[in-house]
Design a protein around this ligand. Sequence first.
Ligand SMILES: Nc1ncnc2c1ncn2[C@@H]1O[C@H](COP(=O)(O)OP(=O)(O)OP(=O)(O)O)[C@@H](O)[C@H]1O
Length: 138
Amino acid sequence: MATDPAPTPAEPLSRALPPKRRGLSRLWHAFQHSLAGLQTGWHEPAFRQEALAAVLLLPLALWLGQSWVERALLVGVVLLVMVVELLNTGIEVAIDRISPEWHALSKRAKDLGSAAVLLSLLLALFTWASALWNRFSP
Ligand SMILES: Nc1ncnc2c1ncn2[C@@H]1O[C@H](COP(=O)(O)OP(=O)(O)OP(=O)(O)O)[C@@H](O)[C@H]1O
């Protein structure tokens, strides 16, 4: 889905880049930018659905996993899907920034991002199905 180029009405589309920062100031500003990214992600329906699913799945993973390795895998694949979704959204936004017009390379870039999301979802499904089978098979 194409992302709205102006996420908040108060934010200008273009302005001077902030100065380069170092040390704790860089860390603090990087954290603020990450929070802004999560907020933007929340406005993407696919990421929001995955985040809501994660609220249910993360506690379930702690209960379902029978060792710390299994729990880490179950939690890890859920977080991986969200990470890949955010990166895919970043690609979509960058492509739309370059041009909203149809272009074979834009299609290729967006399809590659979409394929990455699909693979991460398949990995999550396979991991969860295996853990459920392991736990409940007779
Ligand atoms: N500018 C473009 N040029 C060529 N093809 C495009 C372009 N924009 C989108 N497409 C094609 O349409 C598909 C869907 O693109 P879109 O930006 O709507 O992402 P989406 O799959 O809806 O994303 P989401 O993950 O948000 O659901 C892309 O995978 C690509 O094949």
